[in-house]
Design a protein around this ligand. Structure first.
Ligand SMILES: [Zn+2]
Length: 306
């Protein structure tokens, strides 16, 4: 969620050494910018160009430290390639049974399965349901100069795993903690209650079309990289990234949103959605698309065999 800017490093007294550093830094910034090209947008539809699968390959480009994006994916892990954009075959009653069996309240996974998703008004006046499933990390708690992350970050005891605090700060639809629990702060039926979710929504979609995006925040603490000149940077995320519980719940949320829409949404990292926009965010860090796809496959199979 939090931003780190590749251009906001500050120097108060510019010495010779510092200016050499600045040159190197600027070179890095330029190479970062050429890599971080935005996916091509069709302004008439507010959607990216290409099939839903082609869009996802661009929007799920690997996201490295500082929000430096890798190359567009040639192929996404199974079953994403064959699902994205397609009609959902899972029946709502079966998903409901799965939730009941696993004691998961619909209210904690985006609200009633009977409701459609938030709507967006396109420039031609047409209204369509949300299409993009945005994956974020909270970059919170921010541990500043701590030497390491607390040992219990993946346990209920960790203060960062308390979800209720986000009810007062509904900057996403759902927050998922590191033990795999979730809380709805904006039901999927509405566009995000506080702010925009992404700079892309703020600058391009604006109020009429921000409902095109569903936002999921995964709890992940951050630390400062002491070697970086930006005193407020939060570049370091836990090396392991997210927990199995988080991937599992994220996959379930993707299923719930897609069943409600009737077609599989287009997943996107926040970083790739905001590519090319000044101060673009760098989340989610250390996200493993294969683990997400694996959990998705597992849930789909479990629902089939209920
Ligand atoms: Zn974000």
């Amino acid at each position: 969620m939090k931003k780190w800017s590749v251009v906001s490093g500050r120097w108060s007294a510019v010495s010779y050494k510092a200016s050499v550093f600045i040159c190197v830094h600027l070179w890095l910034v330029i190479s970062v910018f050429s890599q971080n090209k935005p996916c091509q947008l069709d302004e008439k539809t507010m959607q990216f160009v290409g099939s839903p699968v082609a869009q996802a390959r661009c929007l799920l480009r690997p996201n490295k430290i500082g929000g430096v994006l890798g190359e567009e994916l040639k192929k996404m892990p199974d079953p994403l390639e064959k699902l994205i954009g397609e009609k959902v075959k899972i029946k709502k009653e079966n998903l409901r049974k799965y939730l009941q069996k696993n004691k998961i309240d619909e209210q904690n996974v985006g609200g009633s399965l009977d409701e459609i998703l938030s709507k967006a008004k396109l420039p031609n006046g047409e209204e369509i349901q949300a299409l993009y499933f945005l994956i974020h990390d909270t970059s919170s708690p921010y541990l500043q100069d701590a030497d390491d992350f607390p040992a219990d970050i993946n346990e209920t005891s960790y203060k960062g795993n308390k979800l209720e605090i986000w009810l007062n700060n509904p900057v996403a639809h759902i927050f998922v903690n590191r033990v795999g629990e979730s809380i709805t702060t904006t039901p999927f039926a509405e566009s995000v209650r506080k702010g925009w979710g992404t700079k892309f929504a703020r600058d391009i979609l604006k109020a009429d079309a921000k409902g095109l995006q569903i936002h999921i925040e995964l709890i992940q603490p951050r630390r400062r990289d002491k070697t970086n000149p930006n005193p407020n940077n939060d570049l370091i995320a836990p090396a392991v990234g997210f927990t199995e519980g988080q991937y599992e719940r994220l996959a379930l949320l993707y299923v719930c949103a897609s069943v409600r829409r009737g077609t599989w949404l287009i997943p996107s990292y926040h970083s790739a959605m905001d590519a090319g926009i000044k101060d673009a965010h760098d989340d989610p860090q250390n996200f493993d698309l294969k683990k997400f796809a694996k959990e998705l496959k597992k849930i789909i199979n479990s629902i089939k065999t209920l």
